[in-house]
Design a binder for this molecule. Structure first.
Ligand SMILES: Cc1ncc(COP(=O)(O)O)c(C=O)c1O
Length: 374
């Protein structure tokens, strides 16, 4: 089956009892056990529960994994992955990563003696030298947040030591545009709060892998930590997955058109969007992605004052953190999402846009009127 068919049907045949076409929301926290000691599929909902299980099976299929865990947030997914680390382990991390991932690793460095090195993964020559270490975990996003750098995932998968786990946060692409497990990653995580949920109404995280040797550990951490996704939120994600392909296509079209528009504006110094031919990672992006997503960032001419007044003038774009939903959002990474943990390239004049599904003419007009007020 192709992506769009899987997104609608994978693991979702009509309910055997009622014939309901939509996966029921099973709220029960506990399940009858027919005979003591005899294993059953479901016994207690922290461990597993039907609505969540359906979502996990569908997502594993879409991300080309053999299993998935649906969690309460993207940060929970990160937390479970970090449980694989032991004191003294060495982690290599892309410097332009989501602030919450950097915060977690910084914390593990302080309290558990895990060694963390932040570098620019798009500089393969520098990275190659670092891969000499016995690195336990390599952690990256591609495209990165907020500078939209493209990291060559297959090149890293090929050059890393076999003991190193390659973890890719695929939030910006969604499985519709990129499948890191096919590119050589060991573990994929998502903030499903973003494109997978797609409507700014559901906080969720996903962890997907093919590494059967890690499944037992993840099952243990999942059961022990218990930061699992609720049945209702699992239902919301199943519903959202059915339109993911359509939404991603439109996010990509709108973002590309807006990026081309921004490139021509006198008020703009530089646009970062992997779909642009001028983007440093465009050729790699074309090889490993099937579309370039809906997030772009740009450097406005001037200083923080110009960036903040531009943001203040926007009428359709809402000034807000987060990304990946139907409505367009704009933010100032330095003072919002990346203030405490951003790389030095997150400057005062950088603006990040999450391009939504509104009519592109209205979005362009909104940006135009904001520039004209500067
Ligand atoms: C790329 C990326 N990964 C992970 C997260 C964390 O996800 P959540 O907010 O769902 O915990 C975010 C949140 O913004 C993100 O942008």
């Amino acid at each position: 089956m192709k992506f769009q068919t899987k997104a609608i049907h994978s693991s979702q045949s009509p309910d055997s009892q009622t014939g309901a076409v939509v996966t029921p929301i099973v709220t029960s926290t506990t399940f009858r056990i027919k005979e003591p000691g005899k294993p059953v599929e479901y016994d207690y909902s922290r461990v597993s529960t039907p609505t969540r299980k359906t979502l996990e099976n569908c997502m594993a299929d879409l991300e080309k994994g053999s299993y998935c865990f649906a969690l309460a947030s993207g940060c929970s997914a990160l937390h479970i992955v970090s449980q694989l680390l032991k004191p003294g382990d060495f982690v290599l991390m892309e410097e332009d990563s989501y602030g919450g991932s950097l915060r977690l690793l910084e914390h593990l460095k302080k309290v558990q003696g895990i060694q963390v090195k932040l570098i620019d993964f798009s500089n393969l020559e520098q990275l190659k030298k670092e891969l000499h270490f016995k690195v336990k975990m390599i952690f990256l996003e591609s495209p990165t947040n907020p500078l939209l750098k493209i990291i060559d995932i297959p090149a890293i998968a090929k050059q890393k030591a076999s003991e190193s786990l390659l973890v890719v946060d695929n939030t910006f692409s969604s499985p519709y545009f990129q499948n890191p497990l096919d590119l050589g990653a060991d573990i994929v995580i998502h903030s499903a709060t973003k494109y997978i949920g797609g409507h700014s109404d559901c906080l969720a995280g996903l962890l997907i892998s093919n590494r059967l040797d890690l499944k037992e550990s993840f099952t243990f951490f999942n059961k022990t930590i218990g930061s699992v996704l609720s049945p209702f939120d699992s239902y919301l994600l199943l519903r959202s997955l059915k339109t993911l392909a359509l939404r991603m296509e439109r996010h990509h079209e709108n973002a590309l058109e807006l990026a081309h528009f921004l490139e021509k504006q006198a008020q703009v110094d530089q646009v970062f969007y992997p779909g642009l031919k001028s983007h440093k990672g465009h050729e790699i992006a074309k090889k490993q992605m099937r579309g370039f997503g809906g997030v772009l960032s740009f450097i406005i001419k001037g200083k923080q004052k110009q960036a903040l007044s531009f943001l203040k003038q926007l009428k359709i774009f809402t000034l807000a953190e987060s990304l990946g939903a139907v409505e367009s959002l704009a933010e100032h990474p330095l003072t919002m999402t990346h203030g405490a943990y951003g790389s030095s390239s997150v400057t005062e004049s950088l603006i990040r846009l999450s391009v939504g599904l509104e009519d592109i003419e209205d979005l362009i007009q909104d940006v135009q009127q904001a520039f004209s007020c500067l």
